[in-house]
Ligand binder design. Sequence first.
Ligand code: PXL
Length: 286
Amino acid sequence: MKRIVTIQDISCVGRCSLTVALPIISAMGIETGVIPTAVLSNHTAFEEGFTFHDLTDEIPGILDQWHKNGFRFDAVYSGYLGSKEQCDLVIRLFDEFTDEDALRFADPAMADFGKLYPGFSRTFPQDMKRVCEKADVIVPNLTEACLMTGTPYREDYSRDELKELIRSLATGNVKYSVLTGAPNGDDRLGVLCYDRFADDFHEYYNEKVPMQFHGTGDIFASTMAGALTKGLGIDEAMKLAVDFTLECMKKTMADPDRKWYGVNFEEAIPFLVGELEKRAQSGKSV
Ligand code: PXL
């Protein structure tokens, strides 16, 4: 069985980061280790605020112990991080706990709709950029891509301009730079990926639903990281992650009790497992 470790916060309520990554990647049949970077009462988009307990000081001791125990990982996946120090610790994880052929996957989860999430300093995107440069695969949304490249945020960039934006993020070790939430006309949404070594682009789109939800970036990133860890190719991984994220949104739209608690991914897990089973039955290794 493959083994991944994911490093991000645990928000006790609000379905994001670890409460999304752990169940999704486990359901994909991958052993999932975690490093919780902070404990929050809930994610930071709740209007009444949130509590935040930083766990940075715990992490060097965890890594030292892991060295003693001889742990190695097939993949390291980083998500929401709270500080420059935590960015440095992710770089240590990438450098010290993976072999050359392992996957280093970074979701620079820090901003959306043109704005940084609450609590981040204006210089934080440059720290996150250092993490991304050490990763093989990065999955920024448009706001994050703009912040890391110093590009003004606009929602009306043309396809060619978006291609240039993600190409410019493919520096350092990056093999695939994947823009999430990429539009295709008015009614399709998906991903646009720059493949650095082929110097080529891949894209995949599905239906755009007429609502926006919190936490879909974490669903997409967790599925994509899991799929690549299982050995799916970049196109298959992008398709699975987009289709599953859409399925989660559809389940949420059908829920009369839906709230600001992220999407109902729990109800879509059978879809995810079913897609992986179909692939296994078609003779492709998973
Ligand atoms: O979904 C990204 C995310 C992760 N963790 C925390 C957040 C957010 C987005 O708001 O607040 C704590």
